[in-house]
Design a protein around this ligand. Structure first.
Ligand code: BGC
Length: 708
């Protein structure tokens, strides 16, 4: 375990129920004015940027639009670095990865659960704190650009980076992205919306072409990025992939039309690492900065500007975006004392990591109320994931050096206490695993998938014969519970032979403590799936090779709007576990659905929804009320789309009113003839319940005349 050093009190921490809530500190001190006009803090960011640009030489400018090689400019662990320009008072840009904590091999940091676990909380306030914790640790490390969050909608369940995302729904994704970005930026660093756009697979990620129609792009893949812009995100990362034949990082449509014009993004776009493919085309299209080096934006750009292939005005536009963002986020004005070697951990962050793992855990099956465990005389913990090799995180640029890892075995032993009989088998020998299972009152099998950047999963099965392990244990002990540590959905051919199933995702450093709290009922599970679990491999939205991993260099988005649960609903396919699903140790009743207004005409505003939620069981618990919209069939929309949700925490017997807000966008579609969102007249149904397949409360809304 890394030694803890006291942290500067940049934030105050209040422990509120399950999570540590990090509150921003007072504004930091301003630096002394150097006499350079752009250092005058009373001027606007735009004015200061203009003044500075006027003082810059071509070399100064080019120096800001690319990263530098670590060998030539030694810098600490950051994954991207733009040196300071002391003459002009421009601070260095220090970029580091951070999806589940500070990455790039930093030590003295907290390993949080994967973002897919955080998203399973369906709690934007938790995501905001998630962002605050990452932002605070990054700032403490000296990072001023935090490379996260990853906000792509999951299209392909085998996608190797599913764990880094918030799942398969644009609306859920948007809410989570906005909250996390707000949290990150409240602590100092500028956040980075990545990976823009249609980055939906790892297979052939450096050259695959995502072929997607404009309506699908607008309705499914763009909205989370739109939410990121609205939340004030300072930077974007364009993806490796091509969208409709053009690399994202040199696409005038993707960067210029969609991001900068339509979404009105005022910050800067950097390329993914090695994702720049040209000088002139990229500069003209709207790529503001090449990362991590200067292959296309160093000498080559200087020459292109000198000979007029790229105009000075174009370069100044890139400059302005970078500088305005830096001024806006205070990088010129506040000290950045953080250092890569600092220990930025704290007990509050450890506790928060555990809280996220607990809130993100989804109880999928609980036959005969096998859980929570009580009065159990002995427990067999089985599987490498349960003891010798816990899968606590995903791989690639998300990797975080964990300060410690509590394995499930450690956590369960600690919770079971002195008298608790807990035995372990790593499952490598089926006969001994079966023997151990037979001798125990309950068997808990821990299984996992190792997912990460650079490769998709070949299929949706658990690897390494783990299905056999589960079946063998279940045959030996009818009281078998399965805990999944996966980054995305898996098939469960053994589902009918086990009594309990828990999806605990990649739970971070507090793995064992969190799962023990769930298993023993210290924490009542309240997580909901942010993506669908299919029943069989052929019954998924992207089962054809042309769709994934693609053919002839193209991935065809022929499922169009029917991404995730939308496809299951449109094709009446029964999933194994639907989007939005998750059980609790208590029970809830929903009633008194009220909607106002129910008749809308042109320019109508938001719709208010209230629902009474009652905890009808005997434990404290939380329920997520989910609202979906069913549009008139003529609009050509999928049968149901999530449009609002609210999480309610209730004591036994308590009733609270959940308040949800449906935005006008939910009652509209992207019209290809006018290239805009329109709300067609007709009857729209609002469906309310506790998963995408359990929507007992319904009300109609009528739109009387068209609007756009
Ligand atoms: C990943 C990015 C990451 C970058 C820097 C790339 O391979 O796609 O998400 O931020 O590396 O580590």
């Amino acid at each position: 375990m890394t030694a803890r050093t006291p942290l500067k009190p940049l934030v105050a921490v209040v422990v509120l129920g399950w999570a540590a809530v990090v509150l921003p500190s007072a504004p930091v001190q301003a630096q002394t004015n150097s006499g350079q006009p752009w250092m005058n803090q009373s001027l606007s960011a735009g004015r200061r940027a203009d003044l500075l640009i006027r003082a810059m030489t071509l070399k100064d400018k080019v120096g800001l639009v690319h990263g530098v090689d670590r060998k030539e400019h030694p810098f600490k662990g950051y994954v991207g670095y733009v040196p300071a320009n002391p003459r002009l008072n421009i601070p260095a840009l220090k970029l580091a990865d951070g999806r589940a904590g500070v990455g790039n091999k930093a030590t003295g940091v907290t390993l949080l659960p994967a973002p897919i676990a955080a998203a399973s909380s369906w709690d934007p306030s938790l995501l905001e704190t998630f962002g605050q914790v990452i932002g605070k640790e990054q700032w403490g490390k000296g990072t001023n650009v935090e490379l996260g969050p990853t906000i792509d909608v999951v299209r392909v369940p085998q996608w190797g980076r599913t764990f880094e995302t918030y799942g398969e729904d644009p609306y859920l994704n948007s809410r989570m992205a906005a909250a996390e970005i707000k949290g990150i930026q409240s602590q100092g660093p500028i956040a980075n919306a990545n990976m823009y756009l249609t980055m939906n697979q790892e297979s052939d990620r450096f050259k695959i072409d995502s072929v997607v129609d404009e309506r699908t792009l607008q309705e499914i893949y763009l909205p989370p990025f739109e939410a990121a812009v609205s939340s004030g995100v300072g930077t974007f990362m364009c993806a490796y992939i091509k969208t409709n034949g053009v690399y994202s990082c040199e696409s005038p449509h993707v960067l210029g039309n969609l991001l900068k014009k339509q979404l009105g993004f005022g910050g800067w776009v950097m390329s993914d690492w090695g994702g720049t493919h040209s000088t002139v085309a990229s500069a003209e299209a709207g790529l503001d900065q090449e990362m991590p080096d200067d292959r296309y934006y160093g000498k080559a750009l200087e020459t292109a500007v000198t000979y007029g292939q790229v105009s000075m005005a174009t370069l100044d536009e890139h400059m302005r975006r970078i500088l305005v963002t830096m001024f806006r986020h205070g990088l010129f004005d506040r000290p950045q004392p953080g250092d890569w070697d600092s220990n930025v951990r704290s007990p509050e962050h450890d506790a928060f990591s555990r809280g996220v793992a607990e809130q993100g855990t989804v109880l999928l099956k609980n036959e005969g109320n096998i859980l929570p465990l009580s009065g159990v005389s002995s427990i067999a913990v089985i599987g490498a994931d349960g003891g010798t090799r816990p899968q606590v995180e995903g791989g690639g640029s998300s990797h975080v050096v964990a300060p410690y890892v509590i394995s499930p075995l450690d956590g369960i032993r600690k919770r079971a206490g002195e008298g608790g009989r807990v035995a372990y088998s790593d499952g490598s020998d089926l006969a001994s695993a079966a023997g151990l299972a037979k001798s125990a009152a309950v068997a808990i099998v821990f299984v996992s998938t190792a997912e990460g950047e650079g490769h998709d999963r070949p299929n949706l099965e658990l690897p390494d014969k783990q299905d056999d392990l589960i079946s063998t244990v279940a045959a030996a002990n009818p009281k078998t519970i399965v805990v999944l540590n996966t980054g995305g959905p898996v098939l469960m051919p053994w589902i009918d032979r086990v009594l309990g199933v828990i999806e605990a995702w990649y739970p971070g450093q507090e793995d064992g403590n969190a799962i023990a709290a769930i298993l023993f009922g210290d924490v009542n599970p309240a997580g909901k799936l942010p993506l669908t679990f299919p029943r069989t491999a052929d019954k998924i939205p992207t089962s054809m090779q042309q769709q994934w991993p693609g053919a002839n260099g193209k991935s065809i988005y022929s499922e169009k709007l029917n991404v995730g649960y939308r496809w299951y609903d449109a094709t009446a396919t029964e999933p194994l576990f639907p989007f939005g699903f998750g059980l609790s140790y208590t029970t809830f009743r929903l009633g008194h659905l009220e909607i106002t207004p129910t008749i809308l005409s042109k320019g109508a505003g938001v719709i208010d929804v209230t629902v009474d939620v009652t905890n009808t069981g005997h434990r404290r618990g939380a329920e997520v009320v989910e609202a979906y919209i069913n549009q008139p069939s003529g609009n050509g929309e999928p049968p149901r789309q999530l449009c609002a949700f609210a999480k309610v925490f209730l004591k036994p017997g308590e009733t609270k009113q959940a308040r949800l807000t449906i935005e006008p966008r939910a009652l509209s579609y992207y019209d290809m003839s006018t290239h805009s969102w329109i709300s067609a007249p007709g009857t729209y149904q609002v469906l309310v319940g506790t998963s995408s397949r359990n929507l007992p409360l319904r009300r109609d809304i009528t739109i009387t005349d068209a609007s756009n």
